[in-house]
Design a protein around this ligand. Structure first.
Ligand SMILES: *Cc1c(COP(=O)(O)O)cnc(C)c1O
Length: 416
């Protein structure tokens, strides 16, 4: 069965970015060593050709339907809406948590893996921080019969051991990285080194809408299905567009995925919710667009968190997927253009969102997604949500991975 997930849609008008240099306004580009330029150019060409080839887009659509579970559900959450205390407000959730593997990351992983296979590559490398992207990549590699190598900081491997087991069970080789601070940033460096060395056989499967061109565009295009589906689903349910669309922001892929279909609808307010950690004033946060400044990181020019010497700042968030000092160039451009508003929600605010949705609706959200819910609760506290308005929240993932943290933080006792 072939369903239209928007994967073959060509953007047009003011939303047709990036430009030929891979820039979104003043952001983006390719700040990479010479040795990477040829590989990026090969990827860019292959992607443009694939995108215009219905054999590619039809196969992707078919796998999104049959194996990922698209289109995902979108439905009202009346008891959660009622808990906001705003008369007549209606809240909808776009259920990316219902995809195979339980988060939106698989949309991009599948798209890039198909592209890699089309390019004649038999081997995939990826980096992972919390392990969520690594699990999505290992899953699609198993599905398509590709060799999978995932680099992971040795420190992160200890913190996220269940995802390490998952990846191995799925047939991936997980390589610990012992350099630097033994975290995500060091794993990125190792993946790039592997890619440059093995570029004939290997594709580097990048996980979010950041990094050098063409990755921000490719990842966004593979995530656009979220918004394309949600827009037509809400038009069907409500007969009109929502007043607000909210999504959490780590690198930006689920947010851009849901926002893109609404960029040309000026009556729809788009709200990106970042991680304020222990508070934006404390220095323990990951609120890049709220508190950062433009600079160069991971191959692109974008907002980032840096100290006064230009060193990348240490970050903190209770949600591993948001714990990143950068953000993609397109979301940076949408900050400058004013089309998207950004707010930051603390760890405590996210836990509140997680508990509220779990108790009112029987849906346990990922801590990342819970930041968007927490922001909605805070808007209601401040009387900033009009009566009878409609809000759509992108529920980027499910909370199973966060149970241990939730138990500890919310004082839930576990049997021993
Ligand atoms: C990784 C992750 C995120 C953050 O990544 P984006 O690229 O900003 O979407 C958000 N939610 C979940 C569930 C994740 O796993």
């Amino acid at each position: 069965m072939v369903v239209d997930h928007g994967v073959a849609h060509e953007a047009c008008g003011p939303i047709d970015l990036p430009d030929e240099q891979g820039r979104f306004g003043r952001f983006g580009g390719q700040y990479v060593p010479e040795g990477l330029m040829a590989a990026l150019a090969e990827l860019d060409t292959a992607y443009r050709v694939a995108q215009a080839d219905s054999r590619f887009t039809d196969e992707l659509s078919e796998l999104l339907s049959d194996r990922v579970g698209r289109p995902t559900l979108m439905h009202r959450v009346p008891r959660f809406a009622e808990s906001l205390g705003v008369p007549g407000i209606r809240v909808y959730l776009k259920r990316e948590d219902m995809t195979h593997t339980g988060a939106h990351k698989i949309n991009n992983a599948l798209g890039q893996a198909l592209l890699a296979r089309r390019m004649g590559k038999t081997r995939i490398v990826a980096e992972t921080g919390a392990g969520q992207h690594g699990v999505a990549v290992a899953t699609v590699c198993a599905m398509l019969g590709l060799t999978c190598v995932v680099y992971m900081g040795a420190h992160d491997m200890r913190r996220q051991s269940s995802n390490v087991v998952r990846m191995q069970l799925l047939g991936a080789q997980v390589r610990p990285v012992h350099t630097g601070r033994r975290r995500l940033k060091d794993a990125v460096s190792e993946s790039v080194r592997d890619w440059v060395t093995n570029v004939d056989s290997t594709h580097y499967l990048f996980g979010t809408t950041a990094g050098p061109a063409p990755y921000p565009r490719i990842v966004r295009d593979f995530q656009k299905a979220i918004g394309v589906e949600a827009r037509s689903q809400i038009l069907k349910s409500e007969g009109r567009l929502p007043d607000r669309v909210l999504a959490c922001v780590g690198g930006g892929s689920n947010a851009l995925g849901v926002f893109h279909a609404f960029l040309d609808d000026p009556q729809v307010r788009l709200i990106g919710v970042e991680a304020a950690g222990r508070g934006v004033d404390t220095g323990w946060h990951a609120a890049t667009l709220s508190a950062g400044t433009p600079g160069e990181m991971d191959g692109s020019f974008s907002y980032l968190l840096q100290d006064s010497d230009g060193q990348i700042a240490r970050t903190h968030s209770i949600a591993a997927g948001l714990d990143y000092p950068g953000v993609g160039p397109e979301l940076s451009h949408l900050k400058d253009s004013g089309r998207v508003d950004y707010h930051a929600v603390t760890d405590a605010g996210a836990l509140r969102g997680m508990r509220a949705l779990s108790r009112t609706e029987g849906i346990i959200p990922a801590l990342e997604s819970a930041h968007a819910l927490g922001h909605l609760l805070e808007l209601a506290d401040r009387g900033a949500l009009p009566a009878n308005s409609v809000a759509l929240v992108c529920l980027s993932g499910r909370g199973d991975k966060d149970l241990e943290i939730a138990a500890r933080q919310l004082g839930i006792t576990t049997p021993r």
